[in-house]
Design a protein around this ligand. Sequence first.
Ligand SMILES: Cc1ncc(COP(=O)(O)O)c(C=O)c1O
Length: 441
Amino acid sequence: MALDRKSVPNDLSAFWMPFTANRQFKQAPRLLVGADGMWYKTHDGRDVLDGTAGLWCCNAGHNRPKITEAIRQQAGELDYAPAFQMSHPKAFELASALRDMAPDGIDHAFFTNSGSESVETALKIAIAYHRARGEGTRTRLIGREKGYHGVNFGGISVGGLVNNRKFFGTLLNGVDHLPHTQLAENAFTKGVPEHGAYLADDLERKIALHGADTIAAVIVEPVAGSAGVIMPPKGYLEKLRKITREHGILLIFDEVITGFGRTGAAFGADTFGIQPDMMTTAKGLTNGVIPMGAVLVSGDIHDTFMTGPDHMIELFHGYTYSGNPMAAAAGLATLETYREEDLFTRAADMAPYWEEALHSLRDCRHVIDIRNIGLIGAIELEPMAGEPTKRAFNAFLQAYEKGILIRTTGDIIAMSPPLIIEKEHIDQLVGTLRDVLTTLD
Ligand SMILES: Cc1ncc(COP(=O)(O)O)c(C=O)c1O
């Protein structure tokens, strides 16, 4: 592809960019104009190695032929089908493929268009489920400090990132939070840390405080991604599962990041051997190519709604684009690509090399913690005095100039490369990061 600086639009002012320092960006834009496999092309003609799978979503790498072709064909065959009281074959095929991939007992898929919508959908299903089975007092939702569950009102209410919450009013009523699981004593642990399973016991205290009969669901990310890759301590998720089950509370895993191979298995639920009642997904479901999410739901929850007269709608919820034909085609082709290339196993096989490479940065300046699981990694930096987030943001800018794409959140560098990554790419990512950290103020 011929590339030149003319690819920069001459007016950047109209687009209010999401989760972006708009003024900084528009002074020195970073535009991507092409992609292939592990690589992005920038507007100024450089190749940049993708250390983040876009935004944790292009798990099979970029411009995968099967996915591109599926979308092309679908666009020429059936552009749109109404999502309510009508459908089209591929939505059913994709739901079945997801059921086959999900842990036993997760039997149904409700389609959405994003991770945020999957979260809202799961929270609503949880409350409506209890009501449908005669426990309408169970409306309370429990999230976790430092959790990220998207940006809609339900998601920011159960989420635990202060900047995503504090500007937006009083949020949902009846929400409480468990403590986060980042403990200083676990610093530089490879994989899942030893200490902290006791943090799940806080749920018992919430139950004692509010009464189990007021609590609908607990929602957590198996591995907290957006807060900077925070691991569940050994035994922690097992405890959450045990306590929720004992008290009739649903356990929702937000697998928007951990789904589709990221932790070295299909879902975080598989990696940790836990069976949640619902799982929220998006991102890797279509390899990021077309917006789509899905809430994966247990047979018990689904069947609870299937009562009353046949002509009645069972759940008053859905989106115009739920199960959209183009997204469903992209989803099917994506799942086939994962399967044909055995990418989840590949991620598991590559994880030890990834772990060793990341932890080799332990001696670099400013580094105060390194965390990893599957093909996820985080390098936490000591913040600059009085200027939180600046050091990591500078690292991001320098890394981009030096040809690698990383992501930062707070003062944490987070990485989640496509699962097709080769050892030489890992070497390039880590080598460049070492250069950056060496010169960083
Ligand atoms: C765990 C989790 N849940 C929900 C979301 C929101 O997804 P989206 O940006 O597609 O709405 C994200 C996005 O990063 C996520 O990491």
